[in-house]
Design a protein around this ligand. Sequence first.
Ligand code: PEP
Ligand code: MN
Length: 365
Amino acid sequence: MTLDQEKLNWMKGTKKPFLIAGPCSAESEEQLRSSVMPILNKVDYVRAGIWKPRTRPGNFEGVGEKGLVWINTLKKEMPFHFATEVGTPEHVELALKHQVDLVWIGARTTVNPFLVSELAEVLRGTDLPVLIKNPIHPELALWKGAIERFAKNNVRGLGAIHRGFHSYQKSLYRNIPLWQIPLDLKSEFPELPLLCDPSHIGGDRQMISKISQKALNLAYDGLMIETHYAPDQALSDAQQQVSPQQLLKILDHLTYRRPGLTEETFLNQLEIIREQIDQADLELLQALAKRMDLVAHIGEIKKEHNVAIFQISRWKEIFKSRLEMGKEFKLDESFIMEMLRLLHQQSVKKQTEIFDNEPSTHKNG
Ligand code: PEP
Ligand code: MN
């Protein structure tokens, strides 16, 4: 599907890079005032979660409608545009009732096509900008699907927010960025504004600046950065929020790049691939460590039952089946053979250590 370009012009005339900032959650009128007032002349939209979709029950779930009343009180003191997350048709109705200026669909909602359709239905034909965060897991089709559902309902101000993807693997990030996915989205929908949410990608305020610059290097249109007057006291996402002063400093140091294929774009493409290689290596090492733990475990069992370390039939079977697997993955045969030998050598060494060093508990021995 192609998106109607006319409808994607809602960002025109805004600052570059387009900036949404404010606390993860609205907590009190005073907290909003202190978090937002110092940054108002830098931001296009103030953000604050009114309804918080928490992974586990019992965490702070947002203040609800009264937060929208606080926002309107503050808007009278000093006008600004306000953005919040909506996850149910009821949220949308309340957002419209209180003149919210932009809504976004959270990562936990984008994954659910039923809910996305319901939200698209209540927003049908609206001029209200609607930004769609990537789904929790790395599935481009689901992200595109959500955007298409809104586009089909004639929602005019569409955009996307890249907030990273949950991974079961250990990672430097709270949500791994997998930059290739938003870039694929951008190449399918070139006119769709694409924002980066470095706060939810990094999960750590120290990482905001680096992730933001990377997004700008990749020609993202804007950023959404969680900002709280006292980040450590925040009721949600404390570690990743920056103070208003820190935000201003981060913004001061960012370089906005003009779009276009330059040497720099090329270097950034390399950097994306390198980051994927780093992650692949991390996963490889984790898999090796896990394998060695299993090897040690089986070593203990062999020792307990007084069974020889080297089991020729098992080794032959491993060798044969792994070579076949390697072939399926189009890996060079001699490389796999070499690697299997090394793995086997290391496993025998580990089990020998276990046999030599730990007291035997087997009955006959
Ligand atoms: C948020 O922006 O506060 C939020 C809950 O984000 P996400 O949907 O990306 O987890
Ligand atoms: Mn948050």
